[in-house]
Design a protein around this ligand. Structure first.
Ligand SMILES: [Zn+2]
Length: 263
């Protein structure tokens, strides 16, 4: 039996903590991005490429690059979206998680065909940084890109551009974390197997800025990567200029579970 979608049924959040987030959208174009096969991914990358080549940072250009911006994406403002993440982190650190109370069967059912995440997060691949969990979020809420050292590469930009321009994320958090092995290895400039050292050049500018202090370099790296994201993507800088998107750097303390905004 397929349950009918009923927001009141699965949402048990404290009303003073979170405004309701819409999950329904009449937009059918952007469905199944994550589960789609190569064809639509290629199509998206082609679209992103065309957008970049034509310098489509303007509102008109954005409309062309993403002809069917969803009509019912998150209605949160960028500041409110960031606050929603921080509220979720406060629930996480205080042990009052609510995401698990949402009916996962209904959420899954409702997000098969579309997704309308309100936030994007670029985090390290580190296993101690479970992004959805530490922001107390469930299925369909956060568009997460992860790579060791939370560095910005063309593929990461493409992913986060898709999250913002097509799916409608209102905030992108670039989040470093305590005890980051990628930053530590770059500081030590150690011989490492395979292609691990390919991360070093991305992280080195932060170490040049702060010296070999791990936490300081990790925070600096998050800020540098956030700035890079804002500057390297005309799509993201356009949305930021229009005040439809906010890009912030953050630091996750793996001991306390606290996320701190760095800028
Ligand atoms: Zn790390």
């Amino acid at each position: 039996m397929t349950p009918h979608f009923n927001p009141g049924k699965y949402k048990k959040r404290d009303a003073r903590e979170t405004p309701p987030r819409p999950f329904c959208s009449p937009d059918g174009r952007v469905e199944n991005f994550l589960s789609d096969k190569d064809s639509s991914r290629r199509q998206f990358l082609r679209m992103a490429m065309v957008g970049s080549l034509a310098g489509l940072g303007t509102a008109a250009g954005m409309e062309f690059a993403t002809p069917r911006l969803a009509l019912a994406q998150s209605k949160l403002s960028p500041d409110a979206a960031l606050q929603e993440l921080m509220d979720g982190n406060r629930r996480f650190t205080s042990g009052r998680l609510t995401a698990h109370e949402q009916d996962l069967a209904i959420l899954k059912q409702h997000t098969i065909e579309k997704q309308e995440p309100f936030a994007g997060v670029l985090s390290c691949a580190d296993s101690r940084v479970p992004v959805e969990f530490l922001f107390d979020q469930s299925i369909g809420h956060v568009f997460v890109a992860r790579v060791a050292g939370n560095i910005v590469t063309p593929e990461i930009i493409a992913s986060l551009e898709y999250g913002a321009a097509v799916l409608g994320t209102k905030v992108i958090l670039v989040m470093g974390h305590g005890g980051c092995g990628a930053v530590k290895a770059t500081i030590q400039a150690k011989e490492v197997p395979g292609q691990i050292s390919a991360l070093y050049p991305h992280i080195q500018p932060a170490i040049d800025q702060t010296g070999p202090n791990l936490d300081a370099a990790t925070k600096s790296n998050a800020k540098i990567q956030a700035a890079l994201l804002r500057e390297a993507s005309t799509v993201i800088s356009g949305l930021v200029k229009e005040k439809k998107l906010k890009v912030a750097a953050a630091f996750y303390d793996i001991g306390s579970g606290t996320v701190t905004i760095l800028e």
